[in-house]
Design a protein around this ligand. Structure first.
Ligand code: HEC
Length: 111
């Protein structure tokens, strides 16, 4: 490295840091939006996760349908999501994730 290109590198590093600062902080996400991302990652194999989404490969109910079931509350959904179902490992999610996924499903409820 020559003395000449050092300030330029520093400017690049500064620009990178500023760029990172512009990204929305993780804490700015709502539980429902975080839950949608988790559901897309873990549940979309089988469930229709977003109302306009395409179907998974099973007859699992669409999340919109689940949302329409008034027997479910955010708390009972979260409890369900903490338990593995269909013998699939990734269907049981830890509490912090299941709360977000439940918040997302409830957010799909009409009215
Ligand atoms: C391997 C496929 C598969 C994956 C992955 C999967 N599910 Fe399911 N899920 C099903 C099937 C099939 C049913 C329906 C079971 C039944 O009705 O007996 C179901 C049922 C449910 C129900 C209950 C619906 C009701 O009305 O009783 C909820 C809630 C649910 N899934 C949430 C999730 C969530 C959240 C994830 C992701 C963390 C997930 N599932 C991942 C296959 C899957």
């Amino acid at each position: 490295m020559t003395a000449l290109d050092f300030p330029q590198r520093r400017a690049t590093a500064l620009a990178l840091l500023l760029g990172l600062g512009l990204a929305p902080p993780a804490g700015a996400q709502t539980p429902a939006s975080a839950g949608q991302q988790l559901a897309t990652k873990y549940c979309a194999y089988c469930h229709v996760v977003t109302p306009s989404g395409s179907g998974g490969w099973t007859n699992a109910p669409a999340f919109q349908t689940i949302a329409g079931n008034k027997q479910f509350t955010a708390a009972s959904l979260s409890a369900f999501i903490q338990t593995q179902h269909e013998k699939m490992l990734n269907t049981g999610r830890p509490r912090n994730e299941s709360d977000d996924i439940a918040a997302y499903i409830i957010s799909l409820r009409r009215q």
